[in-house]
Write a protein that binds this ligand. Structure first.
Ligand code: ATP
Ligand code: MG
Length: 505
């Protein structure tokens, strides 16, 4: 794809005109070498790190290396027309993107220029893409749930508003699907509404287009902004894309709103940054990544947080995605991002291929802060799930050796199998709180343990519909108080056994 240099240049020019007073026209440099999207410039002594530089033919660049002899800059456009000896001007400002509600429902590139053919974005404000994360005193701990609508996640790996939760797994294991379902579920968010920013890094244009189409179909585009730096764009645009998306989210957070941001994915972001760094002749480190790759991702994700009341109580919840190779979570980028985030959702290829979808491995997945934000009703039915699944998996490997199983082992096996089945969920069908709670409390009763597995989910759906018509007060009480009283839990059990009895007859 050819970059729309003219469009980008017009956008950046408009931004720079606001700052024309600051432009240091006396500070002019000369291109020494240019190639591979990188230019070395002599004479820009006072250039700032990350400053926007104006090249001839309306091409912009960003200062990345400030050496004693020269400045290394990456070009945010075509380098074909740039040659040695060209004159470069400083602009006195860093890269900025438009921010605000005008971006809702739009698809933009890494510089905030629209790429959805719906005309210009008349944003009233803009922000630098890099910013120092809010300090400790401005923050508050996570205390409000962000429901993804996916049973397995909301029950076992709950996410709170302001949390950073990594989605990690091999290719084609349903990583994007989880993030997309979480975005779609915000249509029915409990409490304060949530705005969503989806940042696609290094993906095919066609994948991004079908994701946008899905959002439109599900009526969710109105509260979403999609930022896309596709695989055909130069590495510098891939590098700045997540920072640009974060700047857009920050604008809303500072206005007191809750935002969900997805980075799909940071592995490709790291590869783009590695390409840039190697071209800039920075020394390679582990896996040839530059030494500051950890700092790059930590300063990005540290900007996602929950602000306290004095600062408007807004929040940014970040769901970064990382792709692993053959499930190896000990590679460089996965270990980095695991240590930066507040937990991870680990997806397994084996589960995915066996039809266990979403393919979440409850053993490796964890949410370090989300449980303090989990709804009470969910806490009550989900408390023992992880342990039950762990003992199920342990027994499963045992049972392969011998056929003589005692009754308690058999019980663990059949209960675990039903639980695994109940945690399956198709794409694009987020569950509300009461539906999740009732499904899990049905499984918890143990009454379903000797059911044929394919019957479990249809039965749970049917039972929920029946309960809603027979005992609407139970469903309403869960949805309004977010709690499951003992009486209601008992009533659900009674209704379930009556329902199973009537099904038998
Ligand atoms: P990539 O590595 O290519 O980015 P990914 O890990 O993001 O892949 P997805 O694109 O989300 O994976 O999903 C892969 C395929 O699996 C898609 O065709 C998707 O429709 C399907 N899929 C994902 N989740 C589910 C689910 N819960 N139920 C059924 N199908 C699913
Ligand atoms: Mg994907």
């Amino acid at each position: 794809m050819k970059i729309d240099t003219a469009g980008l240049a017009a956008l950046l020019k408009a931004q720079i005109e606001n700052y024309s007073k600051e432009i240091k026209t006396d500070s002019v440099g000369t291109v020494v070498t240019v190639g591979d999207g990188i230019a070395s410039i002599y004479g820009l002594d006072e250039a700032m790190l990350g400053e926007l530089l104006l090249f001839p033919h309306g091409v912009y660049g960003m200062a990345m290396n400030l050496n004693s002899e020269d400045v290394g800059a990456v070009l945010l456009g075509n380098d074909e027309d740039i040659k040695e000896g060209d004159e470069i001007k400083r602009t006195g400002k860093v890269v900025e993107v438009p921010v605000g509600d005008e971006l809702l429902g739009r698809v933009v590139n890494a510089l905030g220029a629209p790429i959805d053919g719906k005309g210009p974005i008349k944003a009233k404000a803009s922000r630098p893409i890099e910013r120092i994360a809010p300090g400790v005193m401005k923050r508050k701990s996570v205390d409000t749930p962000l429901m993804t609508g996916i049973k397995a996640i909301d029950a076992m790996i709950p996410i709170g508003r302001g949390q950073r939760e990594l989605i990690i797994g091999d290719r084609q294991t349903g990583k994007t699907a989880i993030a997309l379902d979480a975005i779609i579920n915000q249509k029915n968010a409990i409490g304060k509404k949530i705005k969503c920013v989806y940042c696609a890094i290094g993906q095919k244009n066609s994948s991004v287009a079908s994701l946008v189409e899905k959002l439109r179909e599900s009526d969710c585009l109105s509260y979403c902004t999609v930022v896309s730096a596709s695989s055909s764009e130069p590495a510098p645009l891939l590098y700045i894309a997540p920072f640009a998306a974060m700047a857009m989210a920050e604008e809303w957070m500072e206005k007191g709103e809750d935002v969900l941001i997805v980075f799909d994915d940071l592995s490709k972001h790291a590869v783009a940054y590695r390409a840039l760094s190697l071209l800039l002749k920075r020394s390679p480190g582990r896996e040839a990544y530059p030494g500051d790759i950890f700092y790059l991702h930590s300063r990005l994700l540290e900007r996602a947080c929950r602000l306290n009341e004095e600062n408007g109580s807004g929040s940014i919840t970040a769901l970064p995605i990382v792709e692993t190779q053959a499930g190896d979570i000990s590679a460089y980028i996965p270990t980095n991002v695991i240590s930066i985030t507040d937990g991870q959702i680990f997806l397994l290829t084996d589960y995915f291929n066996a039809g266990q979808r979403p393919a979440i491995d409850s053993g490796f997945s964890v949410s370090r802060v989300g449980s303090s934000a989990q709804f009470k009703a969910m806490k009550k039915v989900a408390a023992s799930l992880k342990i039950e699944l762990a003992s199920y998996r342990e027994m499963l490997s045992f049972s392969q050796f011998g056929s003589d199983l005692d009754s308690s082992t058999k019980k663990i096996l059949s209960h675990g199998a039903v639980l695994m089945e109940a945690l399956k969920q198709p794409q694009y069908s987020p569950f509300g709180l009461s539906k999740q709670v009732i499904a899990l409390s049905c499984v918890k009763t143990g009454l379903l343990d000797d059911l044929d597995l394919p019957k479990v989910n249809p039965l749970l759906d049917d039972f929920y519909a029946r309960l809603r018509s027979l005992r609407p007060e139970i469903v309403e009480s869960i949805d309004s108080t977010f709690d499951l009283t003992n009486e209601n839990a008992e009533a659900i059990k009674e209704e379930l056994s009556a329902y199973l009895q009537s099904a038998k007859e």
